[in-house]
Design a protein around this ligand. Structure first.
Ligand code: C2E
Ligand code: MG
Ligand code: MG
Ligand code: MG
Length: 286
């Protein structure tokens, strides 16, 4: 009887996992259709220098313009792509679209680098740098430095040496690297030590908490100090109030992104926005 029950249990498990697998396949197919039907769009969020009052670049953030559900944030569909073949196809679409956008910005007289988010597993593919070089070769008119990447962690980076090699190759191509969401998830101090990075991004959770949580404040100060020691640039994410910006400026972090500056927006809006942006009074140099 035990054997019988075991077999039944095995059978039930198998049916359930097959259903789950079918759902994953169906979802992957929907995402693939969305890609071929141009339902994905990259929005741009400005990165600014609060002290200089200048726009220093833009981060490209994907949105899914869903025919029924409207505009969807990446958290609702990117996780399902992880580990599937679609991840690389999607990554290629992001790269090409971001490069197109860099060209558009240049044509409007805006020499601003566009940063894209690259998932750690994608970056760890052996030929990542060569693959990116090939795609960039289609845009010979773009000067070096027009594209940057942010390492977005969905899993720990294993075996740092090949990643370091990739980042060195990217640097030679003029592609700088930022470590995203620093201090959360898997990101570790070892990365700062072993990877040729250019920028660290302070995660928004710490920025949000720093005004009333001594622990968050200590982490923000610590990351700014670490960035200085390693000679990395540091950008604060999720700056939602002018007061948070002022605090960061006082602590020595002058680069920021966040809703108090602007949300991510379509490129046409972004171009207009850059033309009118002025740093809030408390941030401006006397
Ligand atoms: P991330 O790279 O850390 O991007 C920052 C996220 O915070 C974005 O959410 C942005 O819209 C949001 N944000 C910016 N300023 C503020 C603020 O002041 N307050 C608050 N509460 N949020 C703010 P979004 O667009 O939903 O993206 C979420 C994550 O999805 C990104 O985090 C990134 O890890 C991933 N992602 C987005 N686009 C892509 C992509 O094209 N490829 C890959 N691989 N990942 C992407
Ligand atoms: Mg990012
Ligand atoms: Mg982030
Ligand atoms: Mg994030």
């Amino acid at each position: 009887h035990a054997k019988q029950a075991g077999r039944n249990r095995f059978f039930q498990f198998d049916a359930a996992s097959e259903r789950a697998a079918q759902q994953v396949l169906a979802h992957t197919a929907r995402l693939h259709t969305a890609l071929t039907q141009h339902q994905f769009v990259l929005y741009l969020q400005p990165k600014v220098d609060m002290r200089q009052g200048t726009v220093i670049g833009a981060e490209a953030l994907v949105r899914w313009n869903h025919p029924e559900k409207g505009l969807l944030a990446p958290g609702s569909f990117l996780p399902q792509m992880q580990g599937t073949a679609l991840e690389t196809i999607f990554g290629a679409w992001v790269v090409d679209t971001a490069l197109d956008m860099a060209v558009t910005l240049h044509n409007h007289g805006l020499l601003l680098p566009v940063s894209i988010n690259i998932a750690a597993p994608h970056l760890q593919q052996a030929d990542f740098a060569d693959w990116l070089a090939q795609r960039m070769a289609c845009y010979p008119q773009l000067p070096k430095g027009s594209l940057r990447i942010e390492i977005t962690e969905t899993a720990a980076l294993y075996n740092l040496e090949p990643v370091a090699q990739t980042l060195l190759q990217l640097r030679e191509m003029g592609v700088c690297t930022a470590l995203d969401d620093f201090g959360t998830g898997y990101s570790s101090l070892t990365y700062l030590r072993r990877l040729p990075l250019e920028t660290i991004k302070i995660d928004q959770s710490f920025v949000r908490g720093m005004a009333d949580d001594a622990g968050d404040l200590a982490i923000v100060q610590g990351v700014i100090g670490l960035a200085r020691s390693f000679d990395y640039r540091v950008i604060a994410e999720g700056v939602e109030t002018v007061a948070q910006g002022s605090m960061l400026l006082q602590m020595g972090c002058n680069l920021a992104q966040g809703y108090c500056i602007a949300q991510a927006m379509p490129i046409e809006e972004f171009i207009e926005w850059v033309g009118r942006w002025q740093a809030p009074l408390p941030w401006q140099q006397p």
